[in-house]
Design a protein around this ligand. Structure first.
Ligand SMILES: Cc1cc2nc3c(=O)[nH]c(=O)nc-3n(C[C@H](O)[C@H](O)[C@H](O)COP(=O)(O)OP(=O)(O)OC[C@H]3O[C@@H](n4cnc5c(N)ncnc54)[C@H](O)[C@@H]3O)c2cc1C
Length: 379
């Protein structure tokens, strides 16, 4: 049984890799410059069943486990961090819906989300609140049996394109998680362009100008469940970003080893130079270590073990910082070519920096990991 699961998983990774090689990686630099992933590719991702393969079959997925999902997100991240970012936020919404959605919400959204006919986005950050999620100012006030939503979310990945927003808002007593269709009157989308990295991930600011929502918008059994929705969803997003960061390290290694094998200086191939070898050896070592940390976090998720939360923090911290470090070295190995638009390493460099900021910045990761160490011990 275990061997069969492992074989299926290997097949999922291989087919995701083939899909990325054909449909994503060759175009990623162009999309990066254009600032968008084309509609045709979003549809292809749906045809390949990659939007939400972890959903159960009756909701339109394939019941893939979290280890397999991480591997797919790694492969996508290896090809294009913008596409992986779109997958991440879509995954977060789908996961929350599957975990907390009512029968009505599941019936209304799950199949379309699984197929990518409806794309999801995750709306927590605001101009005045990022790391400090408790500081959000968007409000949801009880109104006619439902909610009146007022405020604005910023830096929303996929916001230019998404059809359904998972929005966190403050009530008098706590925080609620609300499902808000883009077409709801009062929802205003303003594109954000020219970010440093993940430039094709179609960021937007989403304003909610007195948006009237019915009671069915609430995700979770009660307003008090929103804390759990938020924790679980952020954990999954962090897992996906960790996996995507592994993909970036692998892509840096792929590009750098190829370049070092063809570029010579003073008659010597770069690959023969000890200082270049040292950089490549560190990439090889760290990509394996980061991959194992992600796999461990995924296994704990599949086992339903709460230790996955800390394992995911550690995986994301290690993978994102390693990705930023190795992307810097990948540009260094490529010299001036690495600074040009003709090699993908400049994109990896910009994308990797973003990984150190999103889903828990470096500083928040280190504080959280250290805090856990003091609470639980280090073993
Ligand atoms: C490309 C991109 C995509 C994004 N997509 C989304 C999305 O889809 N949905 C969404 O909701 N948000 C999204 N975000 C926002 C992202 O989650 C926030 O940028 C992140 O949480 C950090 O918040 P901030 O930018 O407000 O930085 P701040 O919270 O203002 O932090 C500024 C600096 O202070 C440090 N800092 C903060 N608190 C502490 C502390 N206690 N101790 C030490 N240092 C601290 C931070 O690490 C950081 O270095 C995205 C951001 C980017 C760049």
């Amino acid at each position: 049984m275990r061997a069969a699961v492992a074989a299926d998983r290997a097949l999922d990774r291989v087919s995701a890799r083939a899909f990325v090689r054909e449909h994503i990686a060759p175009h990623a630099d162009v999309w990066d410059r254009q600032g968008a992933v084309p509609e045709e590719t979003l549809e292809r991702i749906g045809e390949a069943g990659l939007w939400a393969p972890f959903l159960p079959a009756d909701l339109g997925g394939r019941g893939l486990d979290m280890v397999a999902l991480g591997e797919i997100h790694e492969e996508v991240g290896r090809g294009c961090s913008s596409v992986r970012s779109l997958l991440t936020v879509h995954t977060m919404l789908c996961w929350a819906l599957n975990r907390w959605g009512s029968a009505h919400q599941l019936e209304q959204w799950a199949q379309d989300l699984a197929a990518g006919r409806v794309l999801g986005a995750f709306c927590l950050s605001e101009a005045g609140a990022g790391s400090d999620a408790a500081g959000i100012a968007t409000t949801a006030v009880a109104h006619g049996g439902g909610w009146l939503l007022r405020g604005a979310k910023k830096w929303i990945t996929g916001g230019q394109r998404a059809d359904l927003f998972l929005v966190f808002a403050r009530t008098e007593a706590s925080i609620v998680a609300l499902l808000v269709p883009r077409t709801t009157p009062g929802v205003r989308v303003t594109p954000i362009h020219d970010m440093l990295g993940t430039r094709a991930s179609m960021l937007a600011e989403i304003a909610f100008d007195d948006v009237v929502l019915g009671p069915e918008a609430l995700l979770g059994p009660s307003a008090f469940a929103a804390g759990m929705v938020l924790t679980g969803t952020l954990d999954l997003g962090r897992y996906s970003v960790a996996a995507g960061s592994v993909g970036i390290i692998q892509a840096c290694l792929d590009a750098s080893s190829a370049y070092a094998g063809e570029r010579s200086v003073g008659g010597t191939l770069l690959r023969e130079l000890p200082l270049i070898q040292a950089k490549l050896s560190d990439m090889v070592t760290d990509v394996r270590a980061a991959r194992l940390l992600c796999e461990q976090a995924g296994r704990l998720k599949d086992a339903g073990d709460p230790a996955t939360i800390m394992a995911t923090w550690v995986a994301k911290y290690f993978a994102s910082t390693a990705a930023a470090r190795h992307a810097t070295e990948a540009v260094q190995i490529h010299g001036a070519n690495g600074c040009s638009p003709h090699y993908p390493v400049a994109r990896y460099y910009r994308d990797a920096k973003v990984m150190e900021i999103i889903e828990g910045s470096n500083e928040i990761q280190r504080t959280t990991i250290a805090g856990e160490a003091f609470r639980e011990g280090t073993s």
